[in-house]
Design a protein around this ligand. Structure first.
Ligand SMILES: C[S@@+](CC[C@H](N)C(=O)[O-])C[C@H]1O[C@@H](n2cnc3c(N)ncnc32)[C@H](O)[C@@H]1O
Length: 328
């Protein structure tokens, strides 16, 4: 059993209070956050949450830390990063407001967050705003725990890599939220690149992948991830390496082999190779889980492929000849 694997048998018995704020993270994932705080983390190095939203995940983690026999509230800190406001490009939901909708006179849910997290404020450090602005590029202090629920774009993932993954040390723990999201393939191929230096805790818990760093991660590897310098083929191989390690999630509901295959299609899609993207995605249309949960993704990739084919004269030799003959 892995070091973090010892937390899995405890998952069933965690009872979280009703006072926990609305969260986009599932109950299983909240329980795991609680267990990490309660039984694993020490607070000797930075404990960091990227993407706290309305505070559901923050609450679960903070409660675990508060009940931990080793975490010292006077010296340990939980750092919470988020826009703490709704608006275009934030990926924040109006549900993060206590009322469930945005008030007339503002777009910030920071006060709601503070109210909900009141019992933990003494050891909570809040960093409100765009991560690129609120994180310090010169901070090299080691990070003991990194909860990543913010990397919804490649641009933000670059910030996460440059300013936080570089601060991981052997013993550091990382949780990737949305690991079951095929549209975020940077989570998957970066994990593939880190495989020689990490130990995956066990099956993902719903959409969360947890791992522990077991060897120092070479700077070169982190630089290649941050600069997005892997080729498409390299990224696909890296995802295949993760596929070899994962099957269904802990609850049995999510087939990660198929999810990761779909993530490969998105690697090709983002690289502009829509033909290859659809060639990778099409065989997955028969997957019961993906067709039920990701129908919009299939539509997106098929449409991009068809439009691309249209633009390039139908893709067939005949189409290209016709295009040439009519001069467009
Ligand atoms: C999926 S939500 C977090 C959900 C939360 N962990 C929970 O328990 O409900 C993602 C969060 O990332 C934040 N976010 C995304 N990009 C960001 C950025 N560049 N800087 C700061 N926050 C960002 C959004 O404001 C949003 O609240």
């Amino acid at each position: 059993m892995t070091n973090l694997g010892r937390l899995y048998p405890l998952l069933d018995d965690v009872q979280l209070p009703d006072t926990i704020p609305y969260s986009q993270v599932s109950t299983w994932e909240l329980r795991f956050l609680y267990l990490l705080g309660r039984h694993h983390l020490t607070g000797r190095d930075r404990i960091v949450e990227l993407g706290s939203g309305g505070g559901g995940s923050t609450y679960a983690l903070a409660l675990g830390l508060k009940e931990s026999p080793v975490f010292d509230e006077r010296t340990g800190k939980l750092h919470a990063y988020d826009f703490f406001r709704v608006g275009k490009g934030t990926f924040a939901s109006e549900k993060f407001f206590t009322a469930g909708t945005k008030p007339e006179d503002g777009n910030s849910f920071l006060d709601d967050f503070r109210r909900h997290l009141e019992p933990f404020l003494p050891f909570l450090e809040i960093h409100a705003g765009d991560l690129w602005q609120t994180s310090d590029p010169h901070d090299t202090s080691p990070v003991e725990f990194l909860h990543i629920d913010i990397a919804k774009t490649a641009r933000v993932f670059r910030c996460v890599t440059e300013r936080f993954l570089t601060r991981l040390r052997p013993g550091s723990v990382v949780l990737h939220q949305d690991f079951a999201g095929p549209r975020l393939p940077w989570l998957h191929h970066s994990t593939g690149a880190l495989l020689p230096y990490i130990e995956i805790a066990g099956p993902p818990i719903r959409s969360t992948l947890a791992f522990e760093v077991v060897r120092p991660i070479p700077e070169e590897v982190l630089r290649t991830i941050a600069q997005d310098a892997y080729t498409v083929d390299e990224k696909l191989d890296l995802i295949s390496a993760v596929q070899d390690r994962l099957d269904r999630d802990h609850t049995g509901g999510i087939p990660f082999t198929s999810v990761l295959e779909f993530a490969k299609a998105y690697v090709a899609h983002y690289a502009g190779d829509h033909k290859r993207a659809w060639a990778l995605a099409k065989p997955l249309t028969g997957d019961a889980y993906l067709s039920r949960t990701r129908a919009d993704h299939f539509t997106q990739l098929r449409t991009a492929y068809e439009q691309d084919r249209e633009r390039h004269g139908g893709g067939s030799k005949l189409g290209k000849l016709v295009k040439k003959a009519v001069g467009r």
